[in-house]
Design a binder for this molecule. Sequence first.
Ligand SMILES: NC(=O)c1ccc[n+]([C@@H]2O[C@H](COP(=O)([O-])OP(=O)(O)OC[C@H]3O[C@@H](n4cnc5c(N)ncnc54)[C@H](O)[C@@H]3O)[C@@H](O)[C@H]2O)c1
Length: 263
Amino acid sequence: MDVGGKIALVTGAASGIGFAYATELLRNGAKHVAILDLASSNGEESAKKLNAEFGNGKAIFIVCDVTKAQELEAAFAKTVKEFGSLDIVINNAGIMDDARWELEIGINFTAVVRGTMLGFQYMGKDKGHKGGVIVNISSVAGLVTGPSFPVYIATKHAVIGLTRSFGLPYHFEKTGVRVISMCPSFTNTQLITECVGRTLDSVEQDHIDKVLSSVPAQTPESVAEGVLHIIRVGENGSIWVVENGEPAYEVQLADQPVKKVSA
Ligand SMILES: NC(=O)c1ccc[n+]([C@@H]2O[C@H](COP(=O)([O-])OP(=O)(O)OC[C@H]3O[C@@H](n4cnc5c(N)ncnc54)[C@H](O)[C@@H]3O)[C@@H](O)[C@H]2O)c1
């Protein structure tokens, strides 16, 4: 898909990588972007920044806590009412906070399920629309295991399972909507810089510090370039990684478990 002239909705886009997605979309010719975020975020300011750079009315900020079903539904409806249609959905809002793991599951997974279903509803050919693309933001944490943030890691695995299953031909043939996922590695945002104290009690902070200090962080902009690339070329159901500021690459995951052979 060429993003030129397209209408996009990005959750959690007032700051961090979500804001970089909104910026990169407009820089590449998207017609409009709706940025959804909490009332307490700097969403108004972020929309103003985008409008100053790309032209008045290009971006709107919609107050939306993605854990609130009605707010998320209303935000999709408002985007379509304001801009006429919808082509691209990026389910990006996320937290890394195992100390509040129920909220973390609500934001990182339940809201991604709802955002995917709303994407089908507002873009699906079976609903009278023209098709589109949904990008669900996972993480490299969704491809591995690790002791530090077990619940965060599990939510990101869940996003990959959801994307691969909704990304099967059965759904695409009905909806004309591709569902793909990006897995960024460590990226320089407040999700990482403010993660101190956000672990389960059983995880020692020393361990987290060691992990974080050993991993080079990339910029939100390089992740956004990767997401623009996969919106253009990513096949339905595909899973991609962007790490160390390098171009995004697709990963292949096994369809069947491999039987363990005992020694
Ligand atoms: N930063 C990284 O290293 C990294 C790596 C891999 C994946 N990710 C994923 O990328 C996404 C964005 O992360 P980030 O690093 O930009 O984080 P961030 O904390 O910088 O930004 C997250 C944004 O989401 C918003 N948000 C939080 N709760 C919300 C809610 N209930 N409803 C609506 N908006 C909400 C915040 O206000 C903020 O604007 C997340 O899904 C995260 O898991 C981040």
